[in-house]
Design a protein around this ligand. Structure first.
Ligand SMILES: [Zn+2]
Ligand SMILES: [Zn+2]
Length: 153
């Protein structure tokens, strides 16, 4: 890793105590890896892949496959959002307090050149049917906008 990812302005710190409470509320035991994963994701205002989490936490002594299991368990417990950008790499992000309802998740933007995924918490995407036919949509769980980020443009 050449340069360290810098947390964005909306990033926040999660104390061990807060992480423990989140786990307790979700009926999960507090393990060192789960706490580390939660605290790490809390520093970023964008979703991270397993590889990115592993890059940061394996040097601190955590096991790569344990970290993956933690991410899946935390996502299953709804503490994390699991995003599929279509590039076969799940990305995970901490669910913030105001987004507990499944439908309230914000859209994301993915750069087709560098693969970077950005959160768009201030953007609302509405799907408006153009014809008279009812939309044959099931549950929309993720909204991904794709294009070229400012660095790649
Ligand atoms: Zn890009
Ligand atoms: Zn996001």
């Amino acid at each position: 890793m050449a340069k360290e990812a810098t947390p964005g302005p909306a990033a926040s710190q999660l104390t061990v105590q807060q992480a423990r409470e989140m786990l307790r509320a979700a009926d999960l035991r507090s393990t060192a890896s789960r706490l580390a994963v939660l605290q790490h994701l809390a520093q970023f205002d964008k979703p991270l892949s397993h590889a990115e989490v592993a890059d940061a936490l394996v040097p601190q002594g955590f096991d790569k496959s344990t970290l993956y299991r933690c991410l899946v368990e935390l996502a299953d417990a709804n503490l994390l959002s699991r995003l599929d950008a279509g590039d076969h790499a799940w990305r995970f992000e901490l669910r913030r307090g105001d987004e507990h309802e499944a439908g309230a998740q914000h859209p994301h933007f993915m750069c087709l050149d560098c693969g970077k995924v950005t959160c768009l918490p201030e953007v609302e995407v509405k799907i408006v049917p153009s014809g008279k036919k009812t939309l044959a949509l099931g549950d929309v769980t993720e909204i991904f906008l794709k294009g070229h980020c400012t660095e790649c443009k």
